[in-house]
Design a protein around this ligand. Structure first.
Ligand code: NAD
Ligand code: MG
Length: 399
């Protein structure tokens, strides 16, 4: 190996992006940062660029890019600053980039993540929304480019670790009969269902076990995160939705399990810290330190498991229905969810309204087959328009 391997980070200012930089910082002889990409938080990107000296920085927002350019030039940095969504997709394809951490939140991650796949980079996939949206098309691109997509989502990374030796995502593994995704149950697992209507964004974002961005935190509170993860698992591991079970495990120490035909259940355990899956995916098939403390089971004492409460949290059922419908349905589900979650965060929609909006959009928009990326993008746009129309601009009120 000639020198450290270049890693491009899409979404470097976010929770996953920052954890990725923390792992890279432990291994300067193995890895270097080739590119940092983010939406608009230029001050954070400037700090990161001064510390990690990437070849380029891309900010989607041009005004933020101008600020970053001036600040970096002032500090004598040689990092180039580019702007716009197109530049983001181009910047991950360079020869100095070996792998790409896809950690933009939401549908905005789709095009740059696909660009990384097409360029044959190893993709470390945190941005589950892009896979859910593009579905089989995404996995076909992975096959065509003969590249690797390694899941960062803790559950899918756990499953990947429990798969037979040499397994790569994209097809069913021989001997595997069932996948079991664990869910923490989120902050409202024990909340009186009557109170769910009036919970606030801050309550929803106070996740009991993980510190994450606000969108995925709300998804964890509605359990739509688990719904998206069921779809993600069907695509990565080639299993039908019916063979992907969800079990609530409040301690969040067993990150998921794989069942084999002989009755064996293999599980991966660890402290709830994303640096573990990040380090595993970066180094695979080797292992490197992540900075995560070791888990002492005798101090934990008990691990609990219970079925999810589908009546209280309808999102997993909605996602399963979209997975079965196939075609554009998962893209519609994802887009309606993104619009509804943003409306909830902006206090234009109450918590229980999120699932109601998604359900209505899924019912009203016909599912059509996905032949090309444009079908996905059109379904995404229609679902966004419909969801926005269903949500009233006044706080708390919705159809
Ligand atoms: P975050 O909100 O903390 O960070 C999001 C990042 O995306 C930021 O760097 C932001 O600048 C960038 N971004 C936002 N909109 C953008 C746009 N339009 N164009 C370009 N960049 C944009 O989110 P996060 O918690 O780090 O999650 C990132 C992804 O990882 C999500 O898809 C999430 O589902 C997934 N994920 C996160 C965790 C976790 O522990 N945080 C765990 C599993 C999966
Ligand atoms: Mg997860």
């Amino acid at each position: 190996m000639s020198g450290p391997r270049g890693i491009a980070i899409l979404g470097s200012t976010g929770s996953i992006g920052r954890s990725t930089l923390a792992v890279i910082a432990l291994h300067p002889e193995r890895y270097r940062v080739s590119m940092l990409g983010a939406n608009s938080s230029w001050q954070v990107v400037v700090e990161q660029a001064l510390r990690y000296a990437p070849d380029s920085v891309v900010l989607v927002d041009p005004a933020a890019a101008a600020q970053a350019r001036a600040a970096l030039a002032n500090a004598g940095s040689r990092t180039r600053v580019l702007e716009g969504a197109q530049a983001l997709a181009e910047a991950v394809t360079g020869d100095d980039t070996h792998m790409v951490m896809a950690a933009i939140v939401g549908a905005a991650g789709l095009l740059p993540t696909l660009a990384a796949v097409r360029a044959g980079k190893r993709v470390l996939l945190a941005n589950k929304e892009s896979l859910v949206m593009a579905g089989r098309l995404f996995m076909e691109e992975v096959r065509r480019a003969r590249t690797e997509v390694i899941p960062i989502d803790s559950e899918h990374n756990a499953i990947f670790q429990c798969m037979p030796a040499g397994y790569l995502p994209g097809a069913a593994a021989p001997g595997v009969t069932r996948l079991i995704l664990t869910a923490s149950g989120g902050p409202f697992r024990l909340t009186d269902p009557a109170r769910l209507e009036s919970v606030t964004p801050d309550e929803a974002c106070a996740h009991p076990k993980w510190k994450m961005g606000r969108k995925i935190s709300v998804d964890s509170a509605t359990l739509m995160n688990k719904g998206l993860e069921v779809i993600e698992a069907t695509l990565l591991f080639g299993m039908p939705e019916a063979d992907v079970e969800v079990v609530v495990h409040p301690q969040s120490l067993v990150h998921s399990l794989v069942e084999y035909v002989d009755g064996s259940l293999l599980a991966q355990l660890g402290a709830p810290d994303m640096r573990t899956p990040i380090a595993q995916a970066m180094a695979w098939p080797e292992r490197i330190g992540s900075g995560v403390h070791s888990l002492r089971l005798s101090q934990i004492g008990q691990l609990e498991f219970e079925p999810p409460d589908d009546a209280r949290f309808p999102s997993v059922g909605l996602a399963r229905a979209a997975a079965r419908a196939g075609g554009t349905a998962p893209a519609v589900l994802n887009a309606a969810n993104e619009v509804a979650v943003q409306a909830f965060l902006d206090r234009r929609l109450n918590f229980t309204g999120i699932a109601t909006v998604i359900d209505k959009v899924l019912q009203r928009l016909d599912t059509s087959p996905v032949k090309a990326l444009v079908d996905v993008l059109e379904a995404d746009a229609s679902a966004r328009r419909m969801a926005a129309a269903l949500i009233q601009p006044t706080p708390g009120a919705f159809v």
